[in-house]
Design a protein around this ligand. Structure first.
Ligand code: SF4
Length: 171
């Protein structure tokens, strides 16, 4: 289950998986894993490797692989970095996904000291929803959850980068 389920179906994610692999240019987007989730993952999948990022937060060591997925045959990057939790059936973590994966494609970012919530346009299924629905989901509690989590785990706050429409500034 994700926090964006009302706009994005499990099948949308399973059939796309674009947000579960990265190119060398967007490795900064890889999800941050907190201590408790790291323990769960290590127990279930002891072969998983992590890199320590900051106090009590980690990122996965991604699996470098040639781009052979027919779904992305036109992708210009010949090499990709797959999340080790990615399987042909989607995410192996099910309901225990990292928080950033649960809120994808919403992102919390910092722009010149101001916090904001933006949207990744890479997620095509969510872009098929109306702008009003995308904002309504945020206002109906999702924004509060993102803000609350980011206060405990500020590592999920990414530096703002152009190309991400800003949905709201956080006061
Ligand atoms: S943890 Fe799961 S949802 Fe998140 S990037 Fe990896 S495979 Fe995708």
């Amino acid at each position: 289950m994700s926090l964006t389920d009302s706009l994005l179906s499990g099948d949308d994610c399973k059939n796309c998986r674009l947000c579960c692999w990265f190119t060398k240019y967007d490795l900064w987007e890889t999800p941050v894993i907190d201590d408790s989730l790291r323990e769960i993952i290590s127990e279930r999948y002891p072969e998983t490797k992590f890199v320590s990022r900051d106090k009590g937060s980690y990122v996965f060591v991604m699996t470098e692989t040639p781009q052979t997925d027919p779904l992305f045959a036109d992708h210009p990057e010949p090499t990709r970095f797959d999340c080790p939790m990615l399987s042909t059936d989607g995410c192996r973590l099910g309901n225990d996904k990292p928080f950033e994966c649960q809120i994808w494609p919403y992102r919390i970012m910092s722009q010149e000291g101001k916090l904001l919530i933006s949207l990744s346009l890479l997620c095509k299924p969510i872009c098929e929803n109306s702008f009003t629905s995308v904002i309504s989901l945020l206002k109906s509690g999702l924004a509060d959850k993102i803000i609350a989590y980011s206060k405990i785990h500020p590592c999920i706050i990414k530096e703002y980068t152009d190309g991400y429409p800003i949905l709201m500034y956080i006061k």
